[in-house]
Design a binder for this molecule. Structure first.
Ligand SMILES: [Zn+2]
Length: 169
């Protein structure tokens, strides 16, 4: 289960503080500044390391472009851009996502079972990929810990929340 809302399959519009028009678009790990200028397909890519997602500029000599903290892009200049999930029609060819919580819960259970009986298998990799792409992440309030999950008001005992839920504000 992811520890942050951002998923490589997620699509977001980014807003600068105090602006009502989006300043960038993010989808399939590629970030594009708006309005589009130049010929390159994107301006930055989202990378993920053990601390979570971070921005790598594609063109600039300084490649580190800050981190995604929850649903906020904290830029090197200190400006904080908000990520709002893009509800428009997904572009064709995008990988399907497990958007139903029941299906996601079943995938988590299947993942645990496969880890027991089929570690390293193709089936396990497929299920892990679906979990990674799904629009859910580990509850930021109870961290899916057994003792706190049951009474958690944010996730209602599920241990996970949807990518719409932001804990960075
Ligand atoms: Zn919770």
């Amino acid at each position: 289960m992811r520890q942050w809302p951002y998923s490589p399959a997620g699509r977001f519009l980014l807003y600068r503080p105090g602006q009502s028009e989006p300043a960038a678009r993010l989808g399939s790990r590629a970030l594009t500044l708006l309005p589009r200028e130049g010929v390159q397909a994107y301006d930055a890519l989202v990378r993920v390391d053990e601390q979570g997602p971070w921005i790598e500029y594609a063109q600039s000599t300084e490649r580190f472009g800050g981190r995604l903290e929850g649903l906020t892009w904290v830029r090197p200049d200190g400006e904080r851009w908000r990520l709002i999930p893009d509800t428009g029609a997904p572009p064709p060819g995008l990988a399907p996502r497990l958007s139903d919580p029941d299906a996601y819960r079943a995938a988590l259970a299947l993942h645990d079972a496969l880890e027991e009986v089929a570690p390293g298998s193709e089936a396990l990799r497929t299920v892990a990929r679906q979990i990674e792409l799904a629009p859910f992440y580990r509850c930021p309030a109870c961290h899916n810990t057994f003792s706190r999950r049951e009474d958690c008001a944010l996730c209602q005992g599920e241990g996970f929340v949807s990518e719409w839920v932001d804990d960075s504000v």
